[in-house]
Design a protein around this ligand. Structure first.
Ligand SMILES: [Zn+2]
Length: 328
């Protein structure tokens, strides 16, 4: 059973919200584009692995969670996929590294590309073992320290040859197509039932209520200000910022797409909250979405029935709920 589906994270959605608004002439645009590409590729890799988890997604006694993120005293850890069964837990770290080959040495991975380029990554087994230690601490607090926690790294990309050089845990690094077989091996290894349905449900509730989505200040990250990004309403058809308010609807001056749905404006506001902040005033709305008259702003905002605080000019409309709706 899927208890937490795989959806683009708030972090990826924030990157996607900034993409059409990032001024391309700025030198930091290249870094942004590279980071966005990596994040998208990671998400595609994670999605491709789900095919091999279908059996567990249909099961009523095994629970699947995607992108659970828990806080620790010092920082946070995120697990790409977690399988909770009455017998054991399995953490799956997913990598979508491409290239010609991946050389696994102790403590690092050398990714070699066709053109000879080399990228060095941290050992994903060390990464997943750190997640395991943290998760075991959490289980201990819940009095389930006797529940075994297994771990695997799945290489989602089919292209690179996997080379292991003096690498002690090569059996825990597998290709996606082998994932269902690996899980069957763990099933055989852990045949003692440890959790009752009630205990399973207790852990499930803790997992879901402890999850904390990662929020980022993306403007700070790329040295941007609210005034330096492109303002206006994004056209959902041609994905440019070219919508104008005309005859009580939005018209794209580039592709002529016309739309008057509330949901597009709510989406735009959710993106605003990811980029700028969790609330918006009348004046900020007018400025960010480039609406010419105050009367139009009042009618648009009035129609959305957003929760608000304060009165007259200082009135702030809360956007937090819109954001949550997008990624939960
Ligand atoms: Zn358009």
């Amino acid at each position: 059973m899927i208890k937490k589906p795989r959806k683009p994270s708030l972090e990826l959605l924030t990157f996607l919200a900034l993409a059409p608004r990032f001024p391309k002439h700025l030198p930091q645009y290249n870094y942004f584009e590279r980071d966005l590409g990596k994040m998208q590729s990671g998400f595609i890799g994670e999605r491709s692995v789900d095919y091999y988890l279908q059996l567990y997604a249909r099961s009523h006694t095994n629970y699947l969670y995607h992108n659970l993120r828990f806080l620790t005293h010092e920082s946070a850890y995120q697990m790409d996929t977690l399988l909770l069964t009455p017998f054991y837990i399995l953490i799956i770290e997913i990598k979508n590294w491409g290239g010609v080959s991946l050389e696994f040495n102790q403590h690092q991975v050398k990714q070699i590309f066709q053109d000879g380029r080399i990228e060095i990554h941290d050992d994903p087994i060390i990464q997943v073992k750190r997640q395991r230690t943290n998760l075991m601490n959490l289980l201990e607090k819940l009095s389930f320290s006797h529940l075994p926690v297994e771990y695997l790294t799945v290489i989602a990309n089919r292209n690179p040859e996997l080379i292991f050089k003096d690498y002690p845990e090569s059996d825990r690094i597998i290709r996606s197509s082998y994932l269902d077989f690996s899980i069957l091996d763990f099933d055989k290894e852990h045949s003692v039932k440890i959790l009752s349905p009630n205990q399973l449900s207790k852990i499930n509730n803790t997992f879901l209520s402890t999850h904390k989505e990662k929020k980022i200040n993306i403007l700070d990250k790329y040295n941007l200000t609210a005034d330096s990004i492109t303002k206006g309403v994004l056209c959902p058809s041609c994905l440019t910022i070219s919508m104008i308010r005309q005859k009580k609807s939005w018209l794209c001056i580039k592709c002529k797409y016309r739309n008057n749905s509330k949901s597009e404006l709510l989406k735009a506001l959710a993106q605003y909250s990811m980029l700028i902040g969790p609330s918006i005033t009348h004046q900020q709305f007018k400025d960010f979405f480039q609406i010419s008259t105050a009367r139009h702003v009042s009618s648009l905002l009035g129609n959305l029935n957003l929760p608000s605080e304060g009165k007259t000019r200082g009135k702030k409309y809360r956007l937090d709920q819109l954001m949550t709706d997008m990624w939960i």
